[in-house]
Design a protein around this ligand. Structure first.
Ligand code: GUN
Length: 293
């Protein structure tokens, strides 16, 4: 059976370190790191994530502000709020929770965030830095950054020459994940909905990352013996066995099957999810350090 990768524990380690470094920053007389989280509309999953981000920021000792905006807000009003946060010296990190309502151009909103406060790592400047290997000064998107940390916990820092397959090509996870693995000298393949014989490709992977948003799509026989499996999916599915109308969370990987073959695997929940929030804290702290000079 595979080793279970305890993302919750690693995330707690990261948050503990962020907390300690924040205390050090304050002792030097520097202002608290400031994180602004912006949520538009009432998507229940987004509300849960955002509440968790704001709560963890407070736990780290940050100045934490949340802007909860109505779904009908105009694009211009939202851009104006971001402009104010860009100019606010108490704010080091700005996160606009996605998805945004259809009448708002999410791309335009993201590109309005000042790159040096873009703790999500979605601005072209940060995407470009990651793509060109400027990892020292880039903000790296939180979910792939957290996934890398988990991979390094299992395989060590030297991933050179390993075959990595990333299933999913989103800007939030798939593409930045592939870039991080490439920067770590893996041989990287990005697979997606048009990929031919995905199962056979997945079986070549020493590191298999699933980020497609399709419940339990990656089956046990897609997994090479001893592979490290990182499941980024968080899918809510019906669970009639728990009673009528009940649901449960599953990943993009059929966990019970995959755990028989994998060397190590992240569970859902308790794997990548907590790492996303922890890395947001690390990015915000890094931004505060950079601002402090
Ligand atoms: N929605 C789903 N994941 C993310 C994320 O990492 N950042 C933001 N801003 N929105 C998201």
């Amino acid at each position: 059976m595979a080793e279970l990768i305890d993302g919750k524990r690693v995330a707690e380690d990261v948050v503990r370190r962020v907390k300690a470094l924040t205390a050090e920053l304050l002792e030097r007389g520097t202002q608290k790191p400031g994180l602004a989280v912006v949520i538009v509309g009432e998507d229940p999953a987004s509300q849960v994530y955002v509440a968790s981000k704001s709560r963890t920021a407070k736990e780290c000792g940050f100045h934490s502000v949340q802007h909860t905006l109505p779904a009908e807000i105009s694009e211009q009003e939202l851009l104006d709020i971001i402009g104010e946060l860009n100019a606010d010296p108490a704010i080091n990190g700005i996160l606009v929770q996605l998805p945004l309502p259809g009448h708002v151009d999410a791309g335009k909103v993201i590109q309005t965030i000042a790159p040096q406060k873009d703790v999500d790592g979605f601005h072209f400047i940060n995407v470009g830095k990651l793509g060109t290997g400027e990892l020292e000064t880039a903000f790296v998107p939180c979910t792939p950054a957290g996934s890398m940390l988990l991979i390094e916990r299992v395989r060590g820092k030297d991933l050179s020459g390993l075959n990595a397959v990333v299933v999913g090509r989103s800007n939030i996870v798939g593409k930045p994940m592939a870039n991080l693995l490439l920067a770590a000298n893996c041989t990287v393949t990005i697979a997606h909905s048009r990929t031919k014989d995905l199962a056979a490709l997945a079986r070549t992977a020493d590191i298999l990352v699933a980020a497609v948003g399709r419940p339990e799509m990656v089956r046990g026989d897609w997994v090479k013996s001893g592979a490290t499996v990182i499941d980024v999916g968080i899918n809510r599915i019906a669970a009639p066995e728990k009673g009528e109308g009940k649901t449960r969370l599953v990943g993009d990987v059929a966990y019970a099957e995959a755990a028989k073959t994998a060397g190590a695997i992240t569970p859902v929940p308790g794997g990548v999810g907590p790492m996303t929030i922890a890395m947001l804290m690390a990015n915000t702290l890094a931004s505060a350090y950079l601002a402090a000079g």
